[in-house]
Ligand binder design. Sequence first.
Ligand SMILES: Nc1ncnc2c1ncn2[C@@H]1O[C@H](COP(=O)(O)OP(=O)(O)O)[C@@H](O)[C@H]1O
Ligand SMILES: [Mg+2]
Length: 364
Amino acid sequence: MPADTAPTGTTPGSVVTRNREALASVEQVPGVPKPDPIMVVDKLTRSFGGLTAVSVDHLEVQRSVITGLIGPNGAGKTTLFNLLTGFDKPNTGTWDYYDVQDGGGVWQPRSLRGLAAHKVARRGVVRTFQLTKALAKLTVLDNMKLGATGQSGERFLTALVPSLWSKQEKEIEARALDLLARFKLDTKKDDFAGTLSGGQRKLLEMARALMTDPKVVMLDEPMAGVNPALTQSLLGHVKDLREEGMSVIFVEHDMDVVRDISDWVVVMAQGSVIAEGPSDSITRNREVVDAYLGAHHDQALSFDEEQARIAAAEAELAKVAGLDADVLIAQATSGNTGLARMASDPGEKQKPSDRIAHDDKDER
Ligand SMILES: Nc1ncnc2c1ncn2[C@@H]1O[C@H](COP(=O)(O)OP(=O)(O)O)[C@@H](O)[C@H]1O
Ligand SMILES: [Mg+2]
């Protein structure tokens, strides 16, 4: 196979078109191999006490298409995202990322196991959070700049050390402004992220995830709490990611949205993949809808629950990576950038009250 030079976008002959069409002949059984996988997960498990949150025997994610990930609340979707992006560590299992071709054009697997979130992000795999993680007391533009280093959390603070920061600052700012314009947030660039509506924060989070120029984008309920007027715009942005050749994995409860947007749908329940197939057949599969989406499928995780989990996962990862957040903050604050001062302010974290206050205020 020659090196892949097919155009992006949904034109005939493009990677996207080819890979979408190829899914038509894939068997509809859990764990089925894909013709052109970008991510292959094997025997991945994660338990919390006695509870098995994730137990995925095998899962392949097709390159350059949109994969919808559905399942009832508590099925393990967020935990799977946390594992794949380095925000949590599995008990067992591996996952390979096929992002580099050899001289003959054959995609080569590289394991992402054991990498911290910022390193996974630099390799091109990013995610957004079910509840947005924009730093309320940083401006929209500063939030974007932080995105250039990877993901949110203490590891971001290395980016605030002026000596490391200044080198590429212009380039990073130009990219941030481009992305903000694309997401129609450019007029808000100097506003604190805390003043944005819930939907605008979702847009900001998606824009920020793109700062590292990712190949795989995992979106955890990007539409949750977003007003319907903004939903269409968000959906358009998600389709645009695919147009540009990115592989998108997308958690969503609304079946109409899932059907509209997904090229392939994976159904999780109780930590495992229990069905997968083209969106039409999966979303019309009454058994899947009734048995696995149940009555409580649209209950969101509480803000505090998600924050506690993320904090615990980040603390564990920081330990593993040998990073000391206090040292980083001290370094950052010895410079005199506004960004550094903000980083030292323990009030920077988004509070539940910030979020609630803006949830119903989508104007776009
Ligand atoms: N940090 C954690 N500590 C304890 N239990 C957790 C933690 N994270 C997730 N869980 C549990 O794991 C299961 C899967 O959760 P989650 O991945 O959030 O599901 P989903 O995103 O599909 O709703 C749930 O039962 C949840 O309560
Ligand atoms: Mg979740």
